[in-house]
Design a protein around this ligand. Structure first.
Ligand SMILES: O=c1ccn([C@@H]2O[C@H](COP(=O)(O)O)[C@@H](O)[C@H]2O)c(=O)[nH]1
Length: 224
């Protein structure tokens, strides 16, 4: 089985991002570039990271009217991302158009409920029920829209996997035992997420902010 870990490179400096990826590239399966990196370095930065030879996941969390999201998908097509994210709350038509505009080899996955949120946060946005209910509802919508899968926390992954057997499931909010959770609220260990059906494990600070990122990446790999 290939390594399911995508390193979340949330760094604004291109040289530091390249150096980090270079250091750990033998112990990860891909690189996830998010808004911080993409807003700073755009297409040029993605090309620079892609030169390292690992698949690149563009976590842009697109969320707009269908026409605009489809246009954004077309604009990133040339970068040949392995995975791109959109927000499920953008609705079915937006997700359908995003998938239709994506490259053939690009998985389009929908963010359901951010792992930094809990039930209280959900209530404050006017959404009733538990995170589990909310994730399941949006997973159904993403499935109906023809997406490849979803992004959810490790706390919901087992139920999602039971309902959507051949889906592709991205799980962030991962913390090896005892590591600081920071702003993440729905957290599990990488091993737990893998055992419960995650296809792709997104891990950032436990590697990027470790005193020794290479040792941290190796340690996580050894638990999977
Ligand atoms: O629900 C979500 C969706 C995306 N993310 C992204 O994953 C990484 C997690 O980084 P850590 O440092 O391991 O916490 C980060 O890039 C987020 O933008 C998420 O955390 N939760």
């Amino acid at each position: 089985m290939s390594n399911p870990v995508y390193l979340a490179v949330d760094l604004p400096q291109l040289d530091a991002a390249k150096a980090l990826c270079e250091k750990v590239k033998g112990h990860i399966g891909g690189v996830k570039l998010g808004l911080e990196f993409f807003c700073a370095h755009g297409h040029h930065g993605v090309h620079e990271i892609a030169h390292l030879g690992l698949p690149v996941f563009l976590d842009l969390k697109l969320h707009d009217i269908p026409n605009t999201v489809a246009g954004a998908m077309q604009s990133i097509h040339v970068l040949e991302p392995s995975i791109v994210t959109v927000h499920a709350s953008g609705g079915r038509a937006m997700m359908e158009d995003a998938k239709a505009a994506a490259g053939e080899d690009c998985k389009v996955v929908a963010v359901t409920m951010l792992t930094s949120l809990d039930e209280r946060d959900l209530e404050r946005t006017g959404v009733g029920g538990t995170p589990h209910d909310h994730v399941m509802r949006l997973a159904d919508l993403a499935h109906a829209a023809g997406l490849d899968g979803i992004v959810c926390s490790g706390q919901e992954i087992k139920s999602v996997h039971d309902e959507w057997k051949d889906g592709f499931f991205v799980v962030p909010g991962l913390r090896p035992g005892g590591k600081a959770t920071g702003d993440q609220k729905r957290v599990v260990t990488p091993r737990q997420a893998r055992d419960d059906g995650a296809s792709c494990l997104v891990i950032g600070r436990p590697i990027s902010r470790a005193d020794d990122p290479l040792a941290a990446a190796r340690e996580i790999e050894s638990t999977l």
